[in-house]
Design a protein around this ligand. Structure first.
Ligand code: NDP
Ligand code: A1CAB
Length: 262
């Protein structure tokens, strides 16, 4: 099984790290300049599964192609590789807003197309990739993509029409939590904690809360109620958050993200 990653930036690098830390297949990292190739070879020198190649080489060799360049660069990249792609291989575009129709127009017959939206916790095996396969993608091809991504975290298959909402809830969502933690750390410092202690406490609270949500499957409202003792400190904090309109702010943010991403 050979996977190619086109674009080893913030997102592609996170996937590459996730795949090679926990996976066992061959991974081709595509660099577009010799300088970038040298940099990637040095960075991944301790990971024998990683081979740095040019785009045409990757296109000819890989079974699954993960396209993680900026959205505006996808069309040029696919035009560059389309004649080298093997029939039966699968191209997974992870670029914001690039539709299955865009991919169908750019790919040759016999090459399958999947639209996806990952997130950066893929780096530590805790990511989520939302996948929308084209109508002609076989169950085996979709399963192959899901299997490839296992070392980066979970996958969920949704209709393409829900990619915008999924981006708002998943692809972009880590940034919302980082913003909250960033603000909490500043507030903790204002309360006299060291920055490193504040970050350790807020980060572990975020990790614990996330694990509770995922592992218990309970509604967030129930878990929140379990923390909120009558007349206690949590109730005091939550009342302030509600007064500052945190729900409205999140609803507005999610709607703006979904609109931009769809
Ligand atoms: N960041 C995130 O959290 C998420 C990003 N995405 C999607 O991932 C994609 C990449 O975003 P992000 O990682 O943030 O952006 P970056 O700018 O960090 O990474 C893009 C990378 O693509 C490389 N690149 C550009 N053109 C080519 C090419 N022709 N061949 C090989 N490599 C190329 C660039 O290399 P060079 O440095 O040489 O220019 C750069 O390293 C976007 O489409 C985005 O929508 C999706 C979900 C989450
Ligand atoms: O902000 C962006 O456009 C990309 C897509 C989702 C997360 N980052």
């Amino acid at each position: 099984m050979t996977t190619a990653i086109y674009g080893v930036g913030a997102m592609g690098g996170a996937i590459l790290d996730g795949l090679t830390a926990h996976g066992d297949g061959e991974v081709l990292a595509v660099a577009r300049t010799p300088e970038r190739a040298t940099e990637l070879r040095e960075r991944y020198a301790d990971r024998p599964a990683v081979e740095v190649v040019d785009a045409s080489t990757a296109a000819a060799r890989a079974d699954v192609h993960l396209v993680v360049v900026k959205p505006y660069a996808v069309a040029d990249l696919l035009a560059q590789v389309r004649d080298s792609l093997r029939p039966g291989s699968v191209v997974v575009s992870l670029a914001l807003g690039v539709s299955l129709a865009d991919l169908a127009a750019a790919l040759p017959d016999g090459v399958a197309a999947v639209r996806g939206m990952p997130n950066t916790p893929a780096r530590v095996g805790q990511g989520m990739t939302v996948l929308s396969p084209a109508a002609d993608v076989t169950d085996e091809q979709l399963q192959l993509v899901r299997d490839v991504l296992v070392p980066t975290g979970a996958t969920l298959v949704l209709p393409e029409a829900q990619q915008g909402a999924a981006t708002a809830m998943s692809g972009s969502a880590p940034a919302y939590f980082y913003l909250v933690v960033e603000a909490m750390v500043d507030a903790g410092v204002a309360q006299g904690l060291s920055r490193s202690d504040a970050l350790a406490l807020a980060g572990q609270a975020a990790r614990g809360a996330g694990a509770m949500l995922v592992e218990t499957g309970a509604e967030a409202a129930l878990l929140r109620a379990q923390v909120t003792s009558p007349g206690g400190s949590t109730a005091a904090a939550l009342a302030r958050l509600e007064a500052h309109g945190v729900r409205h702010a999140l609803a507005d943010a999610v709607a703006a993200c979904a609109e931009r991403a769809g």
